[in-house]
Design a protein around this ligand. Structure first.
Ligand code: GLN
Length: 449
């Protein structure tokens, strides 16, 4: 734990991965563990890890990187945080994100822009950019992230780390500040597949406080890796994932990775997922609609920030929300409110919901006779700070290969697959599995590592 804080102090002035450090409590907890010894069920005892700042931590400021929650100290822990305590994890602090997890670069944080440790002029991806950068900088072995449309996998790809978004329902969302409730999932960014497998086991499972959490038993993912083998593994590669809009040097790294799997005895089939191109418009309508509803609670009455000089109740709402939310969050609220309004519902929300079904069907068909789907995680490498932030539609296009996995609720993991020949930045390979079959995804990633 001391080493983790020393490393954070050496790197974080430049990287800016953390919004808050939990140093005093963490050192106390570590010392107590030294004294008491490790209980047999504490599978991650004494390991310093970090938590994305849209997950509530009792007594420790939780901001979602929004001015709206700048001084918010939760009175309870999220279920995942509870589980981390039970496993003996030391929480070193809270990591930066795009405000309310809306973004692909971490530039939408109200407080600071996190930098990519590989090249400080580039973004770490988003929205879990702080968690990714903390792992890539060597501050911690792992950090909790959330993924609504790619926010664990894309930053993992941009920073050369492992990022797993489990199946929807695998991990409790209780205490996670909601963005798009039918898409949101909690998962880990980590330095290795094996670490990730240990960490997921510690936080997964049924939670009476989250009706969408699954009752299915949680496998011993990491222990099972000993048997990992890709001989005969049926890998589908959708031609749309290596088509238009993907950087050539990204495709090159992915093709080399696929050739490696083939050399290990896996079977690679080219398939088609024809609805891939509708993923972005459908996701941004649906996720924004859910967000506009979820964010109603930030009204200046119940939580955090309230604007000064208000005359009446209407004024409290309008001024608080005008001053408290940043531009991207407002854009989503407007998009979502419009899509849900009586005159537009059928043309936008209902239509996007139908597209979601078609996209899920694409996955179901391909996964009916394949074990996993592989392709790039992101269309590009990490881009320069400032390069895309002024053009929202360009920013949204980053998520082409990740959003559809959330629409289908499937597990998806990004693993470092190599480096761009053009600029030396890391490139991630995405492995998508069947619902609740994280094990096969981990196995496939482990063999490559
Ligand atoms: N970049 C996507 C968005 O802005 C995904 C974000 C996420 O997964 N939280 O909505």
């Amino acid at each position: 734990t001391q080493a983790a804080f020393a490393r954070i102090k050496a790197t974080d002035d430049q990287v800016k991965a953390f919004l808050a450090l939990n140093e005093e409590a963490a050192l106390k907890q570590a010392a107590a563990l030294d004294q008491a010894g490790i209980a047999p069920d504490q599978m991650l005892a004494g390991i310093p890890l970090a938590v994305k700042d849209n997950i509530v931590t009792k007594g420790l400021t939780t901001t979602a990187a929004s001015k709206m929650l700048a001084d918010f100290k939760p009175v309870y822990d999220a279920t995942v945080v509870d589980k981390l305590h039970q496993a003996g994890v030391i929480n070193v602090g809270k990591t930066n994100l795009d405000e309310f997890a809306m973004g692909s670069s971490t530039e939408n944080s109200a407080f600071q822009t996190t930098k990519n440790p590989w090249d400080l002029t580039r973004v770490p991806g988003g929205s879990s950019g702080g968690s990714a950068a903390a792992v890539a900088a060597g501050d911690v072995l792992g950090a909790v992230g959330t993924d609504t449309g790619g926010s664990i996998r894309q930053p993992a790809s941009f920073t050369g780390v492992v990022g797993m978004k489990p199946t929807y329902g695998r991990v409790s969302r209780w205490g996670v500040i909601a963005f798009g409730s039918s898409f949101d999932q909690v998962g880990w960014l980590s330095q290795s597949v094996k670490d990730n497998a240990y960490m997921l086991e510690a936080i997964a499972g049924l939670d009476a406080k989250d009706m969408t959490s699954s009752h299915l038993a949680v496998p011993h993912y990491a222990a099972n890796l000993a048997q990992a083998d890709v001989k005969g593994l049926k890998i589908a590669v959708p031609k749309e994932y290596l088509g238009e809009g993907i950087d050539e040097d990204v495709k090159e790294v992915i093709k080399a990775a696929l050739a490696h799997y083939e050399s290990l005895g896996a079977q690679i089939d080219e398939v088609s997922m024809p609805h891939t191109k509708y993923g972005i418009p459908a996701y941004y309508i649906l996720a924004s609609s859910e967000a506009s509803s979820n964010l109603q609670r930030f009204d200046g009455i119940r939580y955090g920030f309230r604007a000064a000089d208000v005359k009446n109740l209407e004024d409290v709402y309008v001024k608080t929300r005008s001053e408290g939310f940043g531009p991207e969050v407002k854009r989503r609220i407007m998009l979502g409110t419009f899509s849900l309004s009586a005159g537009s519902y059928d043309a936008y929300f209902a239509k996007a919901a139908k597209v979601r079904r078609l996209i899920a069907d694409d996955f179901n068909q391909v996964l009916a006779d394949h074990d996993v789907i592989m392709g790039p995680t992101a269309v590009s490498k990490a881009f320069k700070v400032g390069a895309e932030i002024t053009d929202p539609t360009k920013m949204y296009l980053n998520d082409l290969l990740t959003v559809s996995v959330n629409m289908a609720g499937l597990p998806g993991m990004s693993i470092p697959a190599g480096f761009s020949k053009a600029n030396g930045m890391p490139v991630g390979l995405q492995i998508i599995g069947k619902a609740f079959d994280e094990q096969t995804v981990y196995d496939a990633g482990y063999v490559f590592e």
